[in-house]
Design a protein around this ligand. Structure first.
Ligand code: SD4
Length: 343
């Protein structure tokens, strides 16, 4: 039988759950609405992704569901660098990387995954249904199919076909250039500036806080365009492309994955927040660390971080001008240019 204290707590829980119209999976101790829900994600595609995340957050859903639903929007779009419609590797195959992490430090990832439309959802299945954190390549694909994900056709989207044919004319695999004015000259690593002067987005990373104040994050990408076959970047690496610590904050990264991995980027940002730095200051410190390591080569790469802390404060920083993040909460919805170290 329930004692009175337990009964009160239980009924508080159930009425809250009923008000929100959702089955809540959080423990009864965390049933306090102390924070407004919030979602941030990388680049302008984040604006559309945030809307789907907000549908979950604004109805009392879990941040984990929000960050999955959110980036699935981008995975299904036609763009250069996320999902099956993105640019292929140098052998002409689209290979995808993704990860997800929740408020309990559960995490799952897939890398070098082919012919599956929603890698982030496979990453979530890895987290929930296996004793592992990461599956790659053929094994990841087998697992996805066993879990009921359809195997899509192996074909390039019309846009990717054109990009790949253009790339094949020179097949350059030069170091990435950031200050280029058109697609033709860009190195294998996005982001790059379009002819209309806008920056193309690539990877989408998303971090969110739900109405319980719980944090989760996701990250999904096709990685670097025209990369070596088998290359995996930071995006599916927990601690590099994404890190969540429900006591402290969450961070995700975009840009040249090799240099994010080198400094365990997202984890480093969260650890700096743990030491008391605000999100922007923490992101800046890790960007400075990358620049210190790279020296002059930092001119040629872009890396950006965006982070939130447990208070719902948001911050971002990038090496170069041009990185922006999308933010949505109960009051506003906007694209915010990140501060940067170099023009
Ligand atoms: C990668 N970080 O695979 C990804 C790509 C990216 O901006 O975010 N580019 O390295």
């Amino acid at each position: 039988m329930l004692d009175r204290r337990k009964f009160i707590r239980f009924s508080t829980f159930t009425s809250f759950a009923t008000v929100l119209g959702k089955k809540l999976s959080a423990t009864e101790n965390s049933i306090t609405i102390k924070d407004q829900p919030l979602v941030v994600s990388t680049w302008d595609a984040g604006l559309r992704a945030n809307k789907a995340a907000w549908d979950v957050l604004s109805t009392g859903g879990r941040a984990l569901d929000a960050v999955e639903q959110g980036v699935m929007v981008t995975e299904a779009e036609h763009n250069c660098c996320v999902g099956l419609n993105a640019n292929p590797d140098r052998d002409g195959f689209v290979t995808l990387d993704a990860c997800i992490m929740d408020e309990f430090s559960n995490c799952g990832a897939v890398a070098f995954l082919e012919r599956i439309k929603h890698p982030v959802s496979v990453a979530r299945k890895v987290m929930e249904k296996t004793p592992h954190v990461m599956l790659v390549g053929e094994g990841a694909q087998q697992f996805a199919v066993a879990e009921g994900f359809p195997l899509e056709k192996q074909e390039l989207s019309p846009e990717a076909k054109i990009s790949y044919e253009n790339w094949l004319k020179n097949s350059t695999y030069k170091p990435p250039a950031i200050n280029v004015e058109n697609k033709k000259d860009h190195g294998p690593f996005a982001p790059f500036k379009l002819e209309n002067g806008e920056w193309n987005h690539d990877t989408i990373g998303m971090v969110a806080m739900d109405a319980m104040g719980n944090l989760s994050g996701s990250c999904t990408t096709s990685g670097a365009g025209f990369k070596m076959r088998g290359r995996v970047g930071d995006s599916p690496i927990i601690g590099a492309g994404l890190f969540v610590d429900n006591e402290v904050g969450a961070c995700t990264a975009t840009g040249q994955g090799e240099d994010v991995i080198r400094v365990a980027g997202s984890h480093s940002v969260v650890e700096l927040m743990r030491q008391g730095l605000k999100p922007e200051a923490a992101c800046k410190k890790v960007i400075e660390r990358i620049i210190r390591i790279k020296g002059k080569k930092a001119n040629d790469i872009q890396v950006g971080f965006v982070a939130i802390n447990k208070k719902g404060e948001v911050g971002a920083y990038s090496i170069h001008k041009g990185f922006s993040y999308a933010l949505k909460n109960g009051k506003e919805e906007k694209l915010v240019p990140a501060k940067f170290m170099m023009p």
